[in-house]
Design a binder for this molecule. Structure first.
Ligand code: URA
Length: 239
């Protein structure tokens, strides 16, 4: 999936009052800059984050923001809450008020949470069809049975949504500890998958989302994704 785009001529016309049919002339006169370059075609695609200037006047200059947070226990995955500290309360970012959460974690789940102001990116990250792997470390009340891996690989029927979960990969680390990799994020998915075996999840920690990890980030800390991480994510999202 790509971000919502507009053709340059429509964008200019809608944002400047210039008639659509006159935009071609502005282009020929080299009066339009797109991301700092003289525009070459009226059909050029403009996204929410393309910078557009006309006669030195800025028509659009939104900065995309991508933040990675190491969520502590007891922090709610919401932007506002009357009772609990929210993930947004933990973040210092100039565009904090624009950010939304990409794939929530439960109150007591810890680990990797992404936030962004780029709706197209977050949809792509969350779509099961993108097959971006989210990996969790899970501590369980009962020992994990040898049959779990095959059942998770086949998928479990969730009556409420009337769906069967996508194949998931289970690595057994010890009797009560596993690493589970999913390509989707249904409501309470990990807890419900172990609930199938009446095995209660005692601790849940999201280790990674695609190529992104928490390496070097202490609990409660956040940072912007690097250009390299974004480029790697793009490859994962578009492969
Ligand atoms: N699955 C759950 O059950 N809870 C989470 O927070 C994330 C995945």
């Amino acid at each position: 999936m790509k971000s919502t785009t507009h053709r340059l001529d429509r964008f200019i016309s809608q944002n400047s009052g210039v008639k659509l049919s006159d935009v071609r002339l502005l282009l020929a006169q080299k009066r339009i800059l797109v991301d700092g370059q003289i525009a070459q075609s009226i059909q050029q695609k403009i996204t929410q984050f393309t910078q557009v200037m006309l006669d030195g006047q800025c028509l659009q200059n939104n900065q995309a923001a991508y933040v990675l947070l190491h969520k502590p226990q007891g922090v709610v995955s919401a932007t506002q809450d009357s009772q609990h500290t929210t993930v947004l309360d933990l973040i210092e970012h100039p565009q904090k008020s624009e950010l939304h959460i990409v794939g929530r974690l439960d109150l007591n789940t810890t680990g990797l949470v992404l936030l962004t102001n780029d709706g197209a990116w977050s949809r792509q990250v969350s779509l099961p069809q993108t097959r971006l792997v989210k990996t969790y470390d899970v501590q369980l009340a009962q020992p994990v049975g040898a049959q779990y891996a095959a059942v998770f690989a086949q998928g479990i029927y969730f009556a409420y949504e009337n769906i069967t979960t996508q194949p998931a990969q289970l690595e057994i680390l010890s009797a009560h500890r596993v690493r589970l990799s999913l390509v989707e994020g249904k409501y309470h998915q990990v807890k419900r998958m172990f609930g199938y075996f009446q095995n209660q999840v005692l601790q849940l920690h999201r280790v990674s989302v695609g190529p992104l990890t928490l390496a070097g980030l202490a609990v409660g800390q956040s940072r912007a994704l690097t250009a390299q991480e974004l480029a790697t994510m793009d490859r994962y999202l578009n492969s």
